[in-house]
Design a protein around this ligand. Structure first.
Ligand code: FMN
Length: 329
């Protein structure tokens, strides 16, 4: 039987399939179901700095004074029409989840100020989680601002968190960087144990009949995994950090593609929502079957075979326009 073990951010995993951060990972019953279905690790839902600020503002008592902030919360927590749990409750639930699971649990944070990043990295690490994932994103809201300032700040945040905790630290990125490869190289130098490419942010939409903004459920499709595939293929063999591919990974086919491109692990979320936790079982079995049929005993015997570094097709990862378009032939 094929051996699916892999090393991700210095942690030995029984397979490359990780359940990514989502609202599923706050429910103990769902966490257990994910473990039973065979995920190798779980990233717990992010703690957002807004939760910390809400507590500081004693929002629970004075909710109405902060209506505008509450509106932001609803967009950050699309499935929750209520105020999110306090950071203390979050840490308590994180600890309970860690105790209930025998697979590694990774905590995820999104803060704004370095003080909060470091404070909650230390507090999350103290719950006994196996690693941390820093959920880095920054959407430009104004036309002013220095180019590169976001990247500089995020590298500095990573350095501070790495200095404060002993457990491995991954960074989860969006694809919105001027040169994501150069930025990842900086994060790698600053000690990132893994990079997750890429997160998929909520995007606004408009209902033309109500003429109102809406925030529809933000599930991906398998088509969305091409950009993460491109970056996985370009990163493999070029950085020390592990590479974890995220977005649009639905099937065994998708997982195998990412491993061939060079992923150390993959994260799944939307497929869990659409197909239920048990999809992990069938994905795992199909990956094993594919490996057995091809005579691959372990993942290292084919990981990165089609990465930019190892592939004979040197244009696969650099072509971005149709010169002779296959769709028109
Ligand atoms: C309902 C929902 C909640 C999510 N919450 C978080 C979160 O708290 N932190 C985070 O880093 N990503 C979060 N994500 C993003 C996912 O972890 C993942 O990166 C994204 O959905 C792309 O993967 P997918 O195509 O498998 O869904 C969330 C996604 C969904 C659909």
């Amino acid at each position: 039987m094929a051996d699916l073990r892999t090393r991700y951010m210095g942690i030995e995993l029984k397979s490359p399939i990780i359940a990514g951060a989502s609202n599923l990972s706050t429910d103990l019953h769902k966490l257990r179901k994910l473990e039973e279905a065979g995920v190798a690790a779980i990233v717990y839902k992010s703690l957002f700095e807004e939760q910390v600020q809400l507590e500081n503002l004693e929002l629970y008592e004075r909710k109405t004074e902060y209506e505008h902030r509450h509106a932001e919360q609803v967009t950050l927590f699309p499935n929750s029409q209520t105020v999110p749990e306090s950071p203390d409750d979050y840490l308590l639930h994180l600890r309970k989840a860690r105790e209930a699971l025998s697979i590694p649990l990774i905590a995820s944070l999104n803060a704004v100020t370095d003080e909060v990043w470091v404070e909650y990295a230390v507090k999350a690490a103290a719950t006994g989680v196996a690693g941390l994932e820093l959920n880095f994103y920054s959407l430009p809201e104004e036309a002013s601002g220095e180019h590169g300032a976001v990247e500089k700040k995020q590298v500095e945040t990573l350095r501070k968190v790495k200095a404060a905790v002993k457990i491995p630290v991954a960074v989860k990125l969006t694809s919105y960087y001027t040169n994501a490869l150069a930025f990842i190289a900086e994060l790698d130098k600053a000690g990132a144990d893994a990079v997750v490419v890429f997160n998929r942010l909520l995007q606004p939409d408009i209902d033309i009949y109500t003429e109102q903004h809406i925030m529809p459920t933000n599930l991906s499709s398998s088509e969305d995994n091409r950009l993460p595939l491109r970056f996985t293929g370009m990163l493999h063999g070029n950085i020390k950090a592990s590479v974890c591919t995220s977005t649009g990974i639905y099937s065994a086919n998708d997982v195998i593609k990412m491993l061939l491109a060079g992923a150390d692990a993959v994260q799944v979320v939307s497929t869990l929502y659409r197909n239920g936790e048990d999809v992990v079982k069938s994905i795992t079995e199909e990956v094993e079957k594919w490996m057995d049929n091809r005579g691959y005993n372990n993942i290292d015997s084919f990981r990165g075979k089609l990465s930019k570094k190892k592939s004979e097709n040197k244009f696969a990862y650099t072509r971005a326009q149709c010169i002779i378009c296959p769709c028109q032939s």
